[in-house]
Write a protein that binds this ligand. Sequence first.
Ligand SMILES: Nc1ncnc2c1ncn2[C@@H]1O[C@H](COP(=O)(O)OP(=O)(O)OP(=O)(O)O)[C@@H](O)[C@H]1O
Ligand SMILES: O=C(O)C1=C[C@@H](O)[C@@H](O)[C@H](O)C1
Ligand SMILES: [Mg+2]
Length: 172
Amino acid sequence: MRKIILLGYMGCGKSTIANSLSKNIKIPFVDLDKKIEEKTNLSINAIFEKHGEIYFRKLEHEIFVELLHSPESLIIGLGGGTPCYANNHELLKGEGVVSIYLKASIETLFQRLVLNKSKRPLIADKSEGEMKEFIAIHLFERSFYYNQAQYKVVVDDKTIHQTVVDIMDLLA
Ligand SMILES: Nc1ncnc2c1ncn2[C@@H]1O[C@H](COP(=O)(O)OP(=O)(O)OP(=O)(O)O)[C@@H](O)[C@H]1O
Ligand SMILES: O=C(O)C1=C[C@@H](O)[C@@H](O)[C@H](O)C1
Ligand SMILES: [Mg+2]
């Protein structure tokens, strides 16, 4: 069964786009961050605080693999860091997998994240001034992993609908 994976930096729109794509193509959407929260009964913030990032990354890998092995077709929205840990980037090219990098510019990411950073432990304590530089460096470090996706869709200056249509064209 097909697994459609959306990946990219925090705030690129994985959850938003995946929700809309799911309604259009009638394939259920599972958000990896949400799945982790449900399984642990803890928020992502609480997992980082209580157990630390390494524990989170192990759990993230295990639950990602579990979703890939599930018998049904799924749209899977990854966490922003998922492709960059364990061997997760190698799983983006498996059989029955379509992986799509939602590529957003530093400016787009900054504009979106500055409005809503409290639920994202990696940036929650950054000031506006620090955030742009952090995003620029972090995105550069992560680009190698994001570019392992089979397809890339640029999301800057596009409506949710336009991005969803671009993805449906790729899947056709
Ligand atoms: N054209 C657009 N496409 C997608 N999201 C948009 C767009 N315009 C604004 N947004 C907003 O960008 C914000 C970030 O989107 P979203 O939470 O889906 O990102 P994410 O990639 O799932 O982030 P995270 O990795 O932190 O879960 C949301 O508030 C969403 O409403
Ligand atoms: O970019 C990241 O490393 C993260 C992004 C979020 O989706 C969460 O998975 C968590 O906050 C870590
Ligand atoms: Mg999300």
